[in-house]
Design a protein around this ligand. Structure first.
Ligand code: SAM
Length: 289
């Protein structure tokens, strides 16, 4: 994530003397108020830069985008993402400068090919993707919401499970998932599966199940529990209001296990990232007996 530091103020004149490169680049083109409102951070995915532009700078966003392309010569496109929407969790965006949104993103020795305009890539999930690279060695794993391989690929590349069934509903993401399996040379481990995890998740097969979805993940818990052999590990993601963290996700897991006559032992609880004001993206690891 590109970061700008705080601006120094010139005591004599009391006006902002920009200390960050974007402000320095644009200081003769923007008013003091606009300089003070410049974005303080952005996301670089491969050769595509994503930035949020506040309302006061909307009339100048083309200028800002051109400035960012100058600061990041490796980038070919600047996009303003407005939100992530729908069942497929797709970005709603506006292209501000440059051309082309398909790119290769490299992270933790994993290559992800994706079209940033069509499929999400959450910088905030970096540590969880890295953590998934440390579990699963020699195991049978089902990734119920595989996307382009966000968790599947680091696990396959680094932990070397016996097999990962990577299930993905969105044909666009599924296409990139298949390509990314080839790009990372893990065809012998990962089997991409097109379709709905409620239909494609085998019962009682997996040592480990990843439920990397948000919004309505609790609705899919019956299939996540059923996927696991006794003693299997569940990674259950949820978007949870502050005051319900971790009580609600834990209760959801225990209730879903109980309905199937099974029990859940909570192993770990993690706050992955702040999802929105007052809401956390959390993951709870549980052993299901
Ligand atoms: N787990 C990744 C992470 O947190 O970085 C990203 C989650 S990814 C955006 C969620 C994926 O689940 C999307 O690609 C979406 O198309 C897929 N999806 C949604 N409903 C599904 C279902 N019923 N079965 C399989 N995949 C589904």
């Amino acid at each position: 994530m590109g970061k700008n530091n705080s601006k120094m103020f010139n005591e004599r004149r009391g006006t902002p003397v920009p200390t960050d490169p974007l402000a320095s680049l644009l200081k003769d083109l923007l008013t003091a108020e606009e300089l003070a409102a410049l974005p303080r951070g952005w996301q670089v995915i491969g050769e595509v830069l994503l930035v949020h532009v506040p309302p006061v700078l909307q009339p100048k966003k083309a200028l800002i985008a051109d400035g960012l392309l100058k600061l990041y010569p490796r980038c070919k496109t600047v996009m303003e993402t407005h939100r992530i929407a729908g069942e497929y969790r797709q970005p709603v965006f506006e292209k501000l400068a440059g051309d082309g949104t398909e790119t290769l993103h490299k992270e933790n020795y994993v290559v992800y090919k994706l079209d940033v305009a069509k499929v999400m890539f959450s910088q905030g999930n970096f540590y969880e993707r890295q953590r998934m690279g440390t579990v699963g060695k020699g195991e049978k794993v089902v990734d119920m919401f595989a996307g382009i391989g966000y968790f599947t690929l680091p696990m396959a590349v680094h932990a070397r499970p016996e097999k990962i069934l990577a299930i993905e509903l969105n044909p666009e993401s599924y296409g990139y998932l298949c390509e990314n399996v080839r790009l990372n040379h893990v065809e012998d481990i990962v089997e991409p599966v097109p379709g709905d995890c409620r239909e494609k998740t085998p019962a009682g097969w997996a040592d480990r199940a990843i439920m990397g979805y948000v919004g309505t993940t609790q609705e899919y818990l019956p299939w996540g529990i059923r996927a696991l052999r006794p003693g299997g590990i569940l990674h259950y993601h949820e978007t949870t209001p502050d005051k319900l963290v971790f009580g609600r996700p834990i209760e959801n897991i225990k209730n879903a296990a109980k309905v199937q006559g099974r029990s859940a032992e909570i192993l770990e609880t993690i706050k992955v990232k702040k999802y929105s004001p007052g809401v956390w993206h959390v993951v709870v690891d549980a052993r299901i007996d």
